[in-house]
Design a protein around this ligand. Structure first.
Ligand code: BG6
Length: 488
């Protein structure tokens, strides 16, 4: 048994998002969100995220008219909307003190641009947060987690239009005013950098809707609008509720050079900067010169007003939240090299690391390096708000799930996190494992890519009983949290 030390008030918890668990896509007045038209397609290579996430206006229209609801995994999720009470009671048994989820924008403003909010949608979150409070589970809330109302895509082209950023701020202020007494930690936008890699799910951007525009310009404009909205929300919280904290949230995929060739190191640095440049804006309050240079070089006409830049300058985040699953290698010349993918980032295979069933390389030391890099860069409190393993699990005849591979993953990552806390001089607020119960995968819309501590009997086509079963990892996490600071 190893003993471990974490700072007082360290937050141990779990994380998910509304669109991946709630289901009830058309109940309580909810409108379509972009997630509700994503369909699992077994014919597509699930590791080819480019293709999996390519969606056209005609796909959206077909999906909206499609009566075969079960095929759209995020419409049913795992029915958390109806089962949150028992799910939370079950999850609390692990000893968690916090859970991250998102508020689905399309429950509160079903079309996105209404004058009045939808009371039934708010009531759902009233009940959810009341239950969490009763169980002493602190909610950590994301305001935009890949689930913008679909009508905002069809009517305004989503985040590309500054009006949509205004609608988002309106939605955010409403829920912050309503829940500020229950929710201390807010994350305006999940993985702010991710729009570069998957513009549809992160920004609601559909390429065929911009026939006369450079799509890169569209993406950078939408990103700027997200950054401005996020800063406006941060300012609102700081001015009105100074006890609350707001986080920047980025995807942290550790990137190594394929070998010691300096050109590969240069490339690895460039790829890492692609994500870091956006936390740079949110933590430092200004665009780093390299990003402005890039926008100029690519001749992208991104409209930024003086007033927006002032909002960004003022609205700096209080902590740096990030997701970490994997690492990749990179090389300036990939000819003849085996490629790999991790969290929608392409790279070169690393022969030193094992790989998950979805081809993501498993690298606990990469988590420690991420903590060091982020802390050295910002000297702000860090928060691991996603870390976990997507794997195929089997429910045995005895109704058990022996997911020792997930326990191994968690154990090794948490061990590196603790090493870092104790030896690297970093400041860490908490650790949230990605997965509560199982949920629908963000990238592939699969149910079989499971992350949870609790197995849900459901397949990729929405068939199953929705019954919940505790996995071996459930008991392991419970032991970790309850054995007075010992690693089981
Ligand atoms: C993160 C997202 O990047 O990756 C989550 O914030 C997502 O929403 C997680 O679920 C794992 O990715 P996937 O595609 O395996 O679900």
């Amino acid at each position: 048994m190893n003993y471990y030390n974490v700072p007082p008030n360290f937050i141990w918890g779990l994380a998910t998002s509304a669109n991946q668990v709630e289901g009830a896509w058309n109940e309580g007045g909810k409108g379509f969100s972009i997630a509700d038209v994503e369909k699992y397609d077994s014919a597509k290579d699930q590791n080819d995220y480019q293709k999996v996430n390519q969606i056209t206006t005609s796909d959206i229209q077909t999906a909206m008219a499609d009566k075969n609801t079960a095929a759209y995994g995020k419409r049913h999720g795992v029915d958390f909307y109806h089962r949150y009470d028992s799910d939370l009671t079950l999850l609390k048994q692990t000893g968690i003190s916090a859970m991250r989820t998102s508020i689905a924008w399309s429950r509160i403003f079903p079309q996105g641009d209404e004058k009045e909010s939808n009371l039934d949608g708010l009531k759902f979150y009233d009940h959810l947060f009341a239950k969490m409070q009763a169980l002493k589970i602190q909610p950590i809330i994301t305001l935009s987690h890949y689930e913008i109302p679909l009508q905002l895509v069809l009517k305004y082209n989503a985040w590309y239009d500054k009006k949509v950023a205004d609608y988002f701020v309106k939605f955010a202020k409403l829920v912050i005013d309503r829940y500020h007494g229950l929710v201390k930690y807010w994350i305006p936008i999940n993985e702010i950098d991710s729009i570069l890699r998957h513009p549809y799910s992160s920004g609601g951007l559909v390429e065929d809707r911009f026939p006369h525009k450079n799509f890169q310009e569209v993406i950078y404009q939408a990103l700027h609008n997200q950054i401005t909205a996020s800063a406006a929300i941060t300012n609102y919280i700081h001015e009105n509720y100074p006890d609350l904290m707001v986080g920047s949230m980025i995807t942290s995929t550790m990137v190594y050079p394929y070998n010691s060739d300096p050109q590969n190191m240069l490339q690895a640095t460039a790829v890492m900067r692609e994500s870091l440049n956006f936390s740079d804006v949110q933590i430092r309050g200004q665009y780093p010169p390299v990003l402005l240079q890039k926008i100029k070089k690519l001749q992208l006409n991104v409209k930024m007003t003086k007033q927006e830049l002032q909002i960004i300058a003022k609205g700096t985040a209080d902590f740096v939240a990030f997701s970490y699953y994997s690492s990749v290698c990179t090389a300036y010349n990939t000819e003849g090299l085996k490629v790999t993918k991790a969290n929608r980032t392409a790279g070169v295979f690393n022969k030193y690391l094992p790989v998950s069933e979805w081809g993501w390389q498993i690298d606990p030391i990469g988590l420690r390096l991420t903590l060091i890099n982020l802390y050295d860069r910002y000297q702000k409190p860090l928060f691991i708000v996603e870390n976990g393993l997507g794997a195929k699990d089997t429910l045995t005849k005895e109704q058990k799930v022996h997911d020792e591979y997930r326990i191994d993953y968690l154990k090794k990552h948490i061990a590196q996190m603790l090493e870092s806390v104790n030896n690297d001089g970093i400041e860490l607020m908490g650790y949230l494992m990605w997965g509560t119960t199982d949920m629908v995968s963000a990238s592939t819309t699969q149910m079989s890519k499971r992350y949870g501590l609790v197995y849900v009997d459901l397949d990729d086509y929405g068939k199953g009983t929705y019954q919940r079963y505790k996995k071996d990892s459930f008991y392991w996490y419970k032991d970790l949290l309850s054995y007075d600071r010992q690693i089981p």
